[in-house]
Design a protein around this ligand. Structure first.
Ligand code: HEC
Length: 170
């Protein structure tokens, strides 16, 4: 084997390595997205962020998932609306997501559950939601306590609690 052969052999094994890496990545991506789908589903995100999901016992195609809700949740915090996460993720980088996912949000968003997820799981959910692509319309903006609300809404009023409920404010 002369030097030329060695150089060629080295080159072709690099090419092979590069090919293998390229082939492995789409598979890995698909696995990450699949994991994100699972986490989103069992994490209960559809329960609020997909209108009609609980009523349909989850029998709503993924193409309609996470497009937000025009039905508000009203309580001592005012009225909040589950964000259209398909549009939301489109405008957010992965790095921004890892910060936003750990900040307080209005009830009944269980933001503390997102806060306690590890980066890997948060990234998987982000990639899954991004993979669905943008769809639907934006949810209405949140209203403060006492503001007039014209959309349909659920009332979330604590009754007979030993102490007044405290909620995170944005
Ligand atoms: C019980 C209902 C409920 C569940 C369950 C829920 N959300 Fe939410 N989510 C909301 C509401 C309501 C808001 C709007 C809160 C606000 O205005 O601050 C919200 C806001 C958000 C936001 C903030 C978007 C923004 O505008 O900054 C993100 C991100 C989010 N939810 C992601 C998720 C994910 C991911 C899951 C599943 C792990 C989830 N939510 C589960 C009700 C819910």
């Amino acid at each position: 084997m002369n030097i030329r052969h060695i150089a060629l052999a080295t080159l072709s094994s690099f090419a092979l390595l590069a090919q293998t890496a390229a082939a492995a990545n789409p598979g890995q991506d698909a696995r990450v997205i699949e994991r994100g789908k699972y986490l989103t589903q069992i994490g209960g995100c559809n329960d609020c962020h997909t209108q009609g999901y609980p009523e349909a016992a989850g029998k709503i195609p993924a193409t309609q998932w996470l497009t937000g809700s025009q039905v508000g949740f009203q309580g001592p915090w005012g009225t909040s609306y589950p964000t259209n996460l398909r549009l939301y993720m489109r405008d957010l980088s992965e790095a921004q997501w890892l910060i936003r996912a750990r900040q307080p949000m209005l009830p009944p968003m269980p933001w503390f559950n997102l806060r306690d997820m590890n980066d890997k799981d948060l990234v998987a959910m982000y990639r899954f939601i991004r993979s669905l692509g943008p769809a639907g319309q934006a949810a209405p903006v949140a209203m403060g306590p006492g503001e007039t609300v014209t959309t349909p809404y659920f009332e979330f009023v604590p009754k007979n609690l030993p102490m007044p409920a405290k909620h995170a404010q944005r």
